[in-house]
Design a binder for this molecule. Structure first.
Ligand SMILES: Nc1ncnc2c1ncn2[C@@H]1O[C@H](COP(=O)(O)OP(=O)(O)O)[C@@H](O)[C@H]1O
Ligand SMILES: [Mg+2]
Length: 267
């Protein structure tokens, strides 16, 4: 499949999580993935949300989702039967559909319920793809699906919408991360917090940024994602904004985020 250098490092696995919906998780997953691809990385995006927005946003037709992330978790599916190429070279996706909606219930009875994604992403067959980074787009909840992502991951990236109450939900997520560290994944790092849908003309956005930087310090990425209509249009063209409108402010911001993350990955 690819001519792997013998010294190929295992992929860095990063969950993109925030139990609030509509804060920019999926948008960040798609566009950070595209930004990392531009920097030369091979990236797998695991869509772990029953809504399947990342899959739709990258143009995976509903009819092409017969085998999905659900099967990766619960049917022992081989990675090569689940992942598929996207229109972007070197960007692969494990798609999702509403099958995942029952996953939480289907998982409960499973002894390894929290480790299924962890194990699926470490099956020997994945090496042949040579992924450098695996991004996991989490659902808007702290459900077993999100726990699976946090157990599987080396780090977690938290998109924070630049609006009132943004920081409030964060403590709950931090508690969940602490629990996962204690019980299953002691090495889980917080990759950082990225401010999304930022409107520089809005005092509230500025206030949220100031609060976040004061409370979270270096955890907050320098790159801030502006509210940008091109970002919201791109999924209906089945493309990351980096490909849909390469010179837009949104594309530039996601490139900046990808560069910051790439610098950390190299350390
Ligand atoms: N930077 C942005 N500028 C404009 N619209 C955005 C931006 N980021 C996200 N959106 C829009 O906000 C909505 C929620 O974003 P999404 O990434 O789906 O959030 P989540 O995955 O956290 O539920 C979507 O309609 C998306 O297109
Ligand atoms: Mg989403």
């Amino acid at each position: 499949m690819s001519d792997l250098p013998a010294d190929q490092k295992p992929a860095h696995i990063m969950a993109i999580a925030n139990q609030k919906g509509g804060v920019g998780k999926t948008t960040t997953a798609i566009n950070l993935a595209a930004g990392l691809v531009e920097l030369g990385y091979r990236v797998l995006l695991v869509d772990l949300d029953p809504q399947g927005n990342a899959s739709t946003g990258l143009g995976v037709a509903a009819s092409d989702r017969k085998v999905t992330s659900y099967d990766l978790l619960l049917s022992d599916a081989a990675i090569e039967d689940v992942v598929r190429r996207t229109q972007i070279a070197n960007l692969w996706i494990s798609p999702a559909n509403s099958d995942l909606a029952s996953a939480d219930i289907d998982l409960v009875a499973n002894e390894k319920r929290s480790f299924l994604l962890h194990d699926a992403l470490r099956q020997p067959g994945i090496d042949a793809f040579g992924f450098d980074v695996v991004l996991i787009d989490c659902p808007p909840s702290l459900s077993l699906l999100t726990v699976n992502a946090l157990v599987a991951a080396h780090s977690v990236l938290v998109p924070l919408q630049s609006e009132f109450f943004a920081l409030e939900g964060l403590s709950q997520l931090l508690l969940t991360i602490r629990d996962v560290r204690k019980s299953a994944n002691p090495g889980l790092r917080i990759e950082g917090v990225v401010l999304t849908m930022y409107d520089g003309r809005n005092n509230l956005s500025q206030q949220v940024e100031a609060d976040a930087r004061e409370n979270l310090g270096d955890l907050v990425f320098k790159a801030v994602i502006p509210r940008n209509v091109r970002v919201s249009e791109a999924p209906s063209h089945a493309l990351p904004v980096l490909a849909y409108d390469s010179t837009s402010k949104g594309a530039d911001a996601y490139r900046a985020l990808a560069s910051e993350i790439a610098a950390r990955l190299k350390r």
